[in-house]
Design a protein around this ligand. Sequence first.
Ligand SMILES: Nc1ncnc2c1ncn2[C@@H]1O[C@H](COP(=O)(O)OP(=O)(O)OP(=O)(O)O)[C@@H](O)[C@H]1O
Length: 279
Amino acid sequence: MTDTTTDLRLAALRVAYPAGDPARPALNDVSFTLDHGLSLGVIGESGSGKSTLGMTIAGFEHLSGAAITGGSIRVLGTEYRRSSSTRSAMPRRRPGVAMLFQDAMTSLDPLYRIGAQVKKAITARGRVGAAELERRIDAALNDVGVHDPDRVKRLYPYELSGGMRQRVMLAQVLLSEPDLLIADEPTSALDVGLTVMTMELLTTACRARGISLVLITHDIPVARRYVDRLLVLRHGEMVEFGPTDEVLENPRSDYARDLFACIPDLDSYRRPLLTTVES
Ligand SMILES: Nc1ncnc2c1ncn2[C@@H]1O[C@H](COP(=O)(O)OP(=O)(O)OP(=O)(O)O)[C@@H](O)[C@H]1O
């Protein structure tokens, strides 16, 4: 049966690192689907397999030596099975998938001005005349809330705030016109205000363009507020998956119950994250 509305389908997926304990793969028997245009939050304690999952969806698992050792993963209509962790078998990024990383400072090239880096993202997709190129750079920056592109284009990454760097990264990622975006802890280096701003931009951009989003995060309130589906991993195993509110309100596992109990008051996250302080 063809499955045009499902962007992600994992069936008993197992991913392992050669140096790891074979009895404890980084991902073990993970199965879920994500329909087109939806967002998925991936949460779990450190080492639970979140980044391994993100890298495997993107086709980058080999970069850190991991390999698919069982089951399958279907990404945007193409199924991937057993892979080898040898460099010669290293695949390219899966078509239609883009990644947004936590650390925009290291993801952006420190030696090039912002304008040159955004330009590269445009010219990578084909030749464009000079005037049209400038127009597209400005439009891409404007799209992510950079309203003074002429100034920002001349700056180097170190001259930008963390929030502004994350916007530039998002502009570059959107220029690649992905169908599926994996954001690995995109806000963990940002304060609450910038987190809200970045998440609003990210989720609005994805909704407007019909991009499915996989958000890897430690931040349960952010997941509650911004994602449609929630996956909870523990020691590489899926302990919860479902609509976000359902998982948060009626977790099936003791682990998730304990994890959510660490949040002071779940109801408080239904309120806006930022309130106005009267002066
Ligand atoms: N390069 C590697 N080589 C060997 N084992 C690794 C490697 N990277 C991760 N692992 C192991 O795989 C498991 C999953 O790690 P992963 O980084 O995916 O977890 P995570 O949930 O993203 O953690 P964090 O929240 O700390 O980023 C862990 O047991 C980890 O030790």
